[in-house]
Design a protein around this ligand. Structure first.
Ligand code: SIN
Length: 330
């Protein structure tokens, strides 16, 4: 059976257009269809290792504007294609800004039975497709290389020839082409001249959740539990948390959770902590993480259950928010 690699387009700078080929800043993201991006890559067919190419535009957004319904729509297409015997792997073209959130969501919600033998490679670009020095085409070719590599599986993110796991990856630079980092864990591997080099082992699959609400009957935006993120800092206070708890604007769903990006080891300014304690007493789940780019919150004792400390998550704030939303979904 001839195998297929499926490219799913979702928007981003990789599909961006500027008026001048010298302009890498004032461009419109999410303008060009993924099929057209593929057609513009010279010699792409030679990289297919005998597989056929298939593409689909799932949606077309600047990734800052995505919401959980978009993640769910994309998850549905990923499950659809991975379930087909002839599909070898999937490449998703995506904006860099929230690519790590989509990666984590997919890693948690695409069934393990599908991810254990096939890869989903998210790729992106820091310069628009119209740039004289666009990085998107090379990233797409490199992502194709990973998607067709023997043994590749799980949800991965490729940028600037470097492959990261969905769990670890974080955007760390707002301009450089090599904009992502995996912190202390380091990347999964690199692509060099059309060959993928694995540094250690493929990342372990995350524990997937299969909720009733992730069935093909997509929930509406309101069905997703509302979880907000607040940051602790010098001079932080509880005003925004009190406002969030008090105010449920027309059309907003009730607040179900707050993730705090704390200072250092997930510490929280005492004024903010007081408001969070009050929120928790009203039934809002509070999770603390750290605003530091690297490291995970270290608990004083392994089974620390002091309510004043709030539950801690080893994830970044944006990923802890997704984890909590999934937990609250049932
Ligand atoms: C986006 O995230 O969609 C825009 C920015 C980017 O792709 O770098």
């Amino acid at each position: 059976m001839q195998q297929r690699v499926v490219f799913l387009g979702t928007g981003g700078t990789i599909a961006g257009q500027a008026e001048s080929s010298q302009d890498n800043v004032s461009y419109q993201a999410a303008q060009i269809e993924v099929g057209k991006l593929l057609e513009a890559i010279p010699g792409l067919r030679g990289q297919l290792r005998g597989a056929l190419l298939h593409s689909e535009q799932v949606f077309q957004f600047n990734s800052k504007d995505l919401n959980p319904c978009h993640w769910q729509q994309l998850q549905g297409r990923v499950v659809h294609y991975l379930s087909q015997a002839d599909v070898r792997g999937i490449v998703i073209t995506h904006g860099t800004d929230t690519a790590e959130e989509t990666a984590y969501f997919l890693a948690r919600t695409v069934p393990e039975a599908l991810l254990c033998s096939k890869p989903v490679v998210i790729t992106c670009a820091m310069r628009p497709a119209t740039s004289a020095h666009s990085d998107g085409p090379q990233n797409m070719v490199d992502a194709l290389c990973v998607a067709t590599t023997e043994g590749a599986h799980g949800v991965l993110l490729l940028c600037s020839a470097t492959v990261h796991s969905a769990l670890r990856v974080q955007k760390v630079h707002l301009y450089r082409l090599d904009a992502f980092d995996s912190g202390e864990a380091g990347p999964v591997g690199v692509v060099e001249e059309g060959q993928f080099r694995l540094f250690g082992a493929w990342p372990e699959l995350l524990e997937t959740v299969t909720h009733r609400s992730l069935s093909p009957q997509a929930p509406t935006k309101q069905d997703w539990p509302r979880v907000e993120i607040v940051t602790s800092h010098a001079g932080a206070n509880g005003a925004s948390v009190r406002a969030m708890c008090a105010h449920t604007a027309q059309g907003d769903s009730p607040l179900r959770g707050i993730v705090v990006a704390g200072t250092g080891n997930g510490d929280i300014h005492h004024d903010l902590a007081q408001a969070l304690n009050d929120a928790q007493a009203q039934g809002v789940r509070v999770i603390r993480t750290s605003r530091c780019a690297t490291g995970s919150v270290v608990l004083a004792q392994p089974n620390d259950t002091d309510p004043k400390l709030f539950e801690a998550s080893p994830l970044s704030a944006v990923k802890a928010r997704i984890a909590l939303m999934l937990e609250l979904l049932d």
